[in-house]
Write a protein that binds this ligand. Structure first.
Ligand SMILES: Nc1ncnc2c1ncn2[C@@H]1O[C@H](COP(=O)(O)OP(=O)(O)OP(=O)(O)O)[C@@H](O)[C@H]1O
Length: 892
């Protein structure tokens, strides 16, 4: 119960004195004390007291005083007709919403109409179309095994999309694995009970009844959807507890019949991307936290034409394949579609007409579908024969299978087309829903109604002729029904059987016994027709619901086809190629690769090659903004896209099947996210060092930068050595620690790459081209010079850097097992062997004493100099900073 939810105190304490309506409100609030209760009164959802204040504040509604015999209360009302828009605001503010609807027909109620909560709307369980984005919306639960029983697996992560019925559960070996799976699912809401571990999700967490996660209760819930014996205890608890929650949120509807399959899956069966990788590769969100069109890999390659395909493509990118045959299967289909332009466009045109069949079917099963929804089901089914025909000569296995599997569901479609009116209204209780000719009884009743109306329509003319009153009129109003109106000047001509009904200013209104009889007949028939239509509609809907599984099968196939078409549409773009895969012992080779997102926005994008042998570690140096991160991400994205079954932006790509892509983006790059602490950096590094395998791709960007230079360098070096010596993962490591480049001479398989910039007068041009070998270490000072720093200061900086270079290699080398000859420095100069007497982290500066306080000062100075981020420093700042440093050196 939050501060504002639960029964308002001023009402609850005197419940018995309240009006019956407010008593009901208090009761519903008490039953749902964790949600804001919206209480249906007429055309509004009303709220009272504290809840009203909160709702009025968040929805910018007027707070009114409601007065009755028992007192005055604050009240606010949300109009039922556009409730969705307001409910969305309440959800965004972190609330849950319980909708209490009238569950009795007001005309039949004795006393106050009974209201019950029919739906609880939470961020992860919305089913209302108006509140749903086209993307998947999951609610998830994580459960840990009971430590005493030593059950395996240790954790399970369950997720369900209540709007489509997609439900899955995955085992996880440890909490990190569970956390990673939650990140991959990306739920809108996470359910937690006392036994559930903390996994820091990026979404609201809802406390949920602990009992639901107890193994017996959970198995009992699960038994309604799947055979509980297929699941380990911890999996059954996670998915059973979660489904119980989903049922609870759907109020009266109870069991979610359309959850027809609960799938178990193993996260290791896909290319694993943890939260850090999803974020830094910008798969679904750019690092600024948005998903602006074109800013993410997903938006860049999303050419789907229907919601089904959009969600499918997202799930393929979130979980790329690791099974080579399955990858090749998708690539074959993408390849075929990419070369057959006409077929591709024909299929896409057909799919544009597809509605969101998954969600429609779930609405049909939940008895929430209206007549328009059924028409949309039929419309979607009507494209199936065309798709099958278009795919008749498809050659690839995958497309052939799709063609053969696609189920036309002819009977279901015909049933809907025969039964439902062509353009039915939104409401299913007000008639006009069922087509003529479908139900005999309905047809009869309708014809009675039609005849009656025709008789009335003719009456005016007939009576004018019979009575000779030429301005006699037949009309209708709500109160008196049909009447015959005669102006006062003609009252003499009114026949005897006319009965007076109403006197107006200049006229009188009459009825006749026959008109009354006809009226009753019309009204009776209309009412009967509405009731009949409703019954017939429900029967038709129930019959369609019987085919729910088959319809979901069609939805599945349409989703696959749209996703394949999307990948093939991207594949025909300039310079995309089909990747090839090898067993993993060969190099990851990319020729003229491009970053799919950056290259799309940048016409002048410079393609780059990559050649990373098994176990190879590439150390990438180069000035800020030269393209290091882009290059590394581009390798990662090409791998992800390829394993999702897509063509890749390169001239050629020969790839291993990766098991995971790890990324660690250094502090400076993450600052925008506001969450870059050194601690976080290290814990992500720990995960990588623990979990990477020789089939993994590791992308490290400026690791160690969040701490002092010496520590950072030591950590970066040790981590690189570990990855190379112990793990054997393919690694790309972008670093500003120039000293790290010496590792290339010590370890086979470690090599240097660099990015350069060239100077032309005052202009710096970044080539964005990757080249072999390390970059020049004196680049920072060059930038300072270009920025206009005075010559004397630049000269002094150069001296300091050279001196530092000469000595700083000592600590780095001293951590390596083998002594080094110090060759292969930045400038290509050979340096003397390191001074092994210099302690780690200490440098000697020319013109200063090598010992004591002065040496410490020089150390600090050198460290500060190296940490200067020149690409992000304005000339003025640089000048001031150098002045400050110079002052310090001169004072000494
Ligand atoms: N291959 C390329 N062709 C054209 N432009 C590129 C290329 N690679 C990167 N760029 C451009 O250069 C900018 C900087 O690239 P990137 O962030 O990769 O540099 P960086 O070397 O990692 O910088 P830092 O060290 O500051 O993190 C990018 O935003 C992009 O616009």
């Amino acid at each position: 119960m939050s501060a504002v939810t639960g029964p308002p105190a001023e009402l609850a304490e005197r419940r018995d004195e309240l009006t019956p309506m407010l008593q009901q409100y208090v009761d519903r609030c008490a039953e749902h004390d964790d949600a804001l209760v919206l209480f249906r009164v007429g055309d509004f959802y009303k709220t009272f007291c504290g809840i009203a204040e909160e709702v009025a504040r968040l929805c910018e509604l007027t707070l009114i005083e409601r007065e009755d015999s028992t007192g005055t209360y604050a009240a606010a009302g949300i109009p039922v007709d556009n409730a969705a828009e307001y409910i969305e605001r309440l959800l965004d503010a972190g609330h849950r919403v319980a909708v209490a609807d009238q569950v009795e027909d007001p005309s039949e109620a004795s006393g106050i109409v009974e209201r019950a909560v029919t739906q609880i709307i939470t961020p992860g369980t919305v089913v209302d179309d108006e509140l749903l984005s086209p993307d998947s919306t999951y609610v998830a639960a994580v459960v840990g095994a009971d430590a005493d029983t030593g059950d395996a697996p240790a954790y399970a992560v369950a997720s369900v999309d209540v709007s489509t019925g997609e439900c899955r559960v995955a085992p996880a070996a440890d909490r990190a694995g569970a956390r990673e799976e939650v990140a991959r699912v990306g739920p809108a809401e996470l359910i937690s009970g006392p036994g559930t571990p903390e996994v820091d999700p990026d979404c609201p967490v809802t406390d949920w009844d602990d009992d639901a996660f107890a193994v017996d209760a959970a198995r009992a819930t699960l038994a309604e959807y799947a055979d509980p014996d297929r699941f380990a205890a911890v999996e059954a608890r996670a998915v059973g507890g979660l489904l119980a929650y989903a049922e609870y949120t759907q109020g009266d509807d109870g069991s979610l019949e359309y959850v027809s399959r609960v799938r178990r899956y193993d996260p290791a069966d896909c290319l694993r991307l943890d939260a850090a990788a999803l974020r830094s590769l910008e798969l679904f969100e750019n690092r600024a936290g948005g998903d602006r069109e074109g800013d993410t890999l997903f938006e860049t390659v999303n050419e789907t034409v229907c919601a089904l395909g959009r969600r499918r493509l997202a799930s393929w990118l979130r979980r790329p394949l690791v099974d080579r045959a399955a990858i090749e299967g998708r690539l074959d289909a993408v390849g075929e579609l990419s070369t057959r332009t006409l077929l591709r466009e024909e299929l896409r045109d057909e799919l544009r007409a597809a509605y969101d069949l998954e969600r429609l079917v779930s609405r049909v099963s939940r008895e929430r579908a209206n007549a328009r929804d059924l028409r949309s089901v039929a419309r979607t089914l009507s494209i199936v024969p065309n798709l099958k025909a278009a795919l008749a000569d498809a050659e690839s296995d995958r497309l052939g299978r799709l063609r053969d599997d696609l189920d036309e569901l002819r009977e279901t479609r015909e049933l809907i087309e025969r039964a439902i009116a062509a353009d039915p209204p939104q409401e299913i209780t007000e008639g006009g829903v069922i087509a003529d000719g479908f139900d005999e009884e309905l047809d009869e009743v309708r014809s009675t109604e039609r005849e009656g109306r025709a008789w009335v329509a003719d009456l005016e003319q007939q009576e004018r002729e019979r009575t000779g009153i030429d301005n006699l009129e037949v009309g209708h109003n709500q109160v008196h029904g049909y009447y015959i109106e005669v102006t006062d000047s003609h009252l003499d001509s009114v026949p005897d059987e006319y009965r007076r009904r109403q006197t107006l200013k200049n006229s009188e209104r009459f009825v006749t016994p026959e008109l009354r009889r006809r009226e009753d007949e019309i009204l009776g028939a209309a009412e009967r027709a509405d009731a009949l239509e409703y019954d017939v509609f429900r029967e038709v809907r129930a019959e369609v619901a019987e085919a729910a599984d088959r319809l979901q099968g069609v939805a599945d196939d349409l989703a696959d086809l749209d996703a394949l078409l999307s990948l093939s549409t991207v594949a025909v773009g300039p310079d995309f190629c089909r990747p090839t895969f090898h067993d993993g012992d060969e190099a990851l080779e990319i020729e003229a690769g491009r970053h799919p997102v950056v290259a799309r926005a940048q016409a002048e994008f410079v393609p780059n090659d990559a050649d990373l042998p098994a176990g190879g570690v590439a150390l990438i140096t180069g000035p800020n903004m030269s393209g290091k991160s882009t290059y590394m991400r581009q390798v990662g994205l090409i791998a992800v896209l390829a394993q999702a079954g897509g063509f890749v932006p390169a001239r050629s790509a020969s790839l291993p099947v990766l098991d995971r892509v790890f990324t660690r983006v250094g502090a400076s790059d993450d600052i925008a996210g506001g969450q870059s602490t050194f601690m976080r950096e290290m814990s992500e590094l720990t995960d990588i060092l623990h979990d990477a395998t020789e089939d993994s791709l590791v992308l490290l960007d400026e690791v160690g930068r969040g701490t002092s230079t010496a520590d950072g360098l030591a950590i970066a070096r040790a981590a690189t050595e570990f990855l190379h010596d112990e793990v054997g993962a393919r690694t790309l490591f972008a670093t500003h620690y120039h000293d790290l480049t010496a590792l290339a001479d010590e370890r086979e398989g470690v090599f240097n790459l660099h990015f350069t910039a060239i100077r032309d007068g005052d202009d710096v041009t970044f080539l964005h081209r990757v080249d072999d070998g390390p970059s020049s270490s004196s680049y920072g000072v060059e930038v300072a010079r270009m920025a206009g720093v005075p010559d004397s200061v630049v000269e002094r900086s150069r001296e300091l850097v050279e001196a530092t270079d000469g000595h700083e290699r000592a600590p780095a080398a001293s951590t390596a097992p083998a002594a080094t000859d110090g060759a292969g420095t930045a400038d290509g100069e050979s340096e003397a062997a390191s001074d092994s007497s210099t302690p780690p982290g200490q440098q000697t500066l020319p013109g200063t004493e090598p010992e004591g306080a002065a040496a410490d000062g020089a150390d600090a100075l050198a460290a500060e100099l190296r940490e200067l981020d020149l690409a992000r420093t304005t000339p003025l700042e640089a000048l001031n900073r150098l002045q400050e440093l110079q002052d310090r050196v001169t004072d000494r």
